[in-house]
Design a protein around this ligand. Structure first.
Ligand code: GLC
Ligand code: CA
Length: 559
């Protein structure tokens, strides 16, 4: 049997530093705060932390607008704090994975400051500059991912620059070899400091199309989503192979790339031995309710069979190529309980259903801060309450399409990235124990019941359920290495699958509906014992509302 690498046997805990823990009372989470909570993360069972950007930044996208890749944002601390975090984490056998934001910089980065000065500047070609159309309008009708044109006119030289995301996030020109080398050097700089690997941000956008044409209009602003023009363009793999050779090859690190727009059949070029990264975040299971154009006010209804098909397809695709990074949440997504279940759901049971799947699919589970507590969405009364830049863009689009303020707000409440960014809920004290000052974003009001301190005490809390699942993964090899096989495929209430090794088979079976549901398993499958469940008992052949169970099965030659 293959020997698994360290990152295949552990779980990754994702931290959004601004919202995790504030050690100095300024209302903003910081690096020292993370260091102080390492034992908590260790106790949960995670062996790595994906830290979203902590570099110097103009902070319009909370760190994804980097102004200096080799320095730390002062609100998060100092380079010494960062070194201490890496060092202390090692003592807990936790490796720190950094977020490489390499598609764009902040417009406050010195490179861009230089680039914009003149057509002849040394750094002019480090970014993407184009002339206006003859009528003075932007070079193409592309809409940036956060809304508005993907082009901004720079008065100084009269040309437009391209930004896939916000105007303060100009795209780098990866065609320029000096740009590429500068990025590789940055990655090396952090490897020298002892980080354990990288999550690579928005990497499918680095290669631009050969020709810049207008897109078909797909929104009320008469623009087309830039994603359609710039995601996963041919030639991108040449850049990425070079990146791999220059930085990753031969090192004991892990790489996981955010790869919107890569299809399952292309996976072999992206991951594994011959590919580039170890893992790829793809969004098929997360974006069932959203059109490609990502207009939040136009969600589409979806069924459980679609979710199951998406997950099974990803499991199949990664069974030979690479390895699956399982996730239901991150800092860009609403809370999973609200994303996957109706409003009236029993939130605790729903959280446990998702935990069960997350930790038993074949792959490395990624847990986003607070998910292990069953944290939920918030709903604020006006668009002004929202910090997230994409919420504002989406609100504008909804209003342009004729929705009322209240209608538009409803979609922001459901999909805003701020849902994931409210402060971590540590205890039932003021500000959920996140800060002694004024939190930069309001704490979710449900913190009195949903918080670390309460859940650690309560035996059947969501937190303790995660811990038990993490233990189970350690004790049952089939959960790490076993082949995945889906059962009851057409069932619209139940998601069931096996993890199969020659000497061990495990059945995972979850009811995603609020109805008691009977089921029939294949005759060959003989159930041996219940390993975990979310109700006190386990009547045969039926699951109650939002019930999850894990069984050890008899024999090896099942199915
Ligand atoms: C990625 C990040 C997101 C960020 C964007 C621009 O999608 O996950 O948070 O806003 O890239 O860097
Ligand atoms: Ca602070």
């Amino acid at each position: 049997m293959d020997k698994l690498k360290w990152w295949q046997k552990t779980m990754v805990y994702q931290i959004y530093p601004k919202s995790f823990y504030d050690s100095n009372g300024d209302g903003i989470g910081d690096l020292t705060g993370i260091t102080q909570k390492l034992s908590y993360i260790h106790n949960l069972g995670a062996g790595a932390i994906w830290l979203t950007p902590m570099y110097s930044s103009s902070m319009i996208d909370n760190g994804y607008d980097v102004s200096d890749y080799r320095n730390i944002a002062p609100e998060y601390g100092t380079m010494a704090d960062m070194e201490a975090l890496i060092h202390e984490a090692k003592k807990y056998d936790i490796r720190i994975l950094l977020d490489l934001v390499f598609n764009h910089t902040s417009d406050e980065h010195v490179w861009f400051q230089e680039s914009r000065k003149s057509l002849e500047n040394d750094k002019r070609d480090w970014y993407i500059w184009r002339d206006a159309k003859p009528d003075g309008s932007p070079p193409t009708n592309w809409r940036g991912i956060f809304g508005g044109s993907a082009w901004t006119l720079d008065e100084c030289t009269g040309q437009y620059y391209l930004h896939t995301f916000a105007a303060k996030q100009p795209d780098l020109n990866w065609e320029n070899v000096k740009v590429r080398q500068a990025m590789y050097d940055i990655a090396e700089f952090w490897l020298d400091k002892g980080v354990g690997g990288f999550r690579i941000d928005a990497i499918t956008y680095i290669k631009k199309p050969a020709v810049y044409d207008d897109l078909p209009i797909d929104g009320p602003d008469r623009m087309g989503n830039v994603h359609q023009a710039t995601a996963n363009q041919s030639g991108i793999l040449d850049f990425l192979q070079e990146f791999k050779q220059a930085v990753f090859t031969g090192k004991d690190i892990v790489t996981v790339a955010e790869a919107n727009g890569v299809k399952a059949e292309e996976l072999k070029y992206w991951v594994g031995e011959t590919g580039i990264f170890d893992m790829l975040f793809e969004f098929s299971h997360i974006s069932l309710d959203m059109e490609e154009s990502s207009l939040w006010y136009q969600p589409i209804p979806w069924k459980l069979t679609q979710l199951k098909r998406a997950l099974s397809e990803s499991q199949r695709a990664t069974s030979n190529n690479g390895w699956y990074p399982a996730f239901f949440e991150n800092h860009d997504q609403p809370r999973s309980i609200n994303h996957f279940f109706p409003e009236a759901v029993d939130a605790e049971l729903a959280a446990k259903v998702l935990a069960t799947v997350l930790l038993t699919l074949k792959g490395t589970p990624f847990i986003y801060e607070g998910q292990e507590l069953g944290m939920t969405n918030t709903a604020w009364p006006s668009i002004q309450c929202y910090d997230d830049i994409s919420s504002h863009g989406q609100y504008q689009l909804a209003r342009q399409a004729g929705l009322s303020d209240q209608e538009a707000l409803r979609f922001i409440q459901k999909y805003s990235r701020d849902n994931a960014r409210t402060p971590m809920q540590w205890n039932n004290q003021k500000n959920a124990g996140f800060t002694t000052g004024k939190p930069w974003l309001p704490v979710n009001e449900n913190y009195r019941n949903i918080n670390v301190a309460c859940e650690q005490m309560k035996e059947n809390s969501v937190f303790n359920y995660y811990k038990k699942l993490a233990e189970l993964r350690k004790n049952y090899e089939a959960l790490l290495q076993g082949r995945y096989q889906e059962l009851l495929k057409s069932n619209e209430s139940i998601y069931a699958y096996l993890r199969i090794l020659p000497e061990q088979t495990i059945l995972i079976i979850c009811n995603f509906s609020d109805k008691q549901t009977a089921y029939e398993l294949p005759r060959e499958l003989i159930i041996n014992k219940l390993l975990m469940g979310t109700y006190a008992d386990a009547p045969e052949n039926r699951l109650r509302s939002y019930e999850a169970r894990i069984y050890l099965c008899e024999g090896s030659n099942v199915l």
